[in-house]
Design a protein around this ligand. Sequence first.
Ligand SMILES: [Zn+2]
Length: 66
Amino acid sequence: MNPPQSEPPSRPPDFLSVQDVEDAEEILFAHPPMRVVTTVCTCGEAYPCRDVRWARLVKQVTEAGG
Ligand SMILES: [Zn+2]
């Protein structure tokens, strides 16, 4: 249900200034949502998980020594 008063929708409430509304529009324009793709290991942790980091370290050491 709409409130009884018939103010134009562009007029902000008393606790907001016109500048606040302009700032809000700029903020929404400058801050669009962004989908971030993160790589997840099949074990459920963020990749590289602890096991992968350990295995990489082992490989690194063995390959450097050989
Ligand atoms: Zn893992």
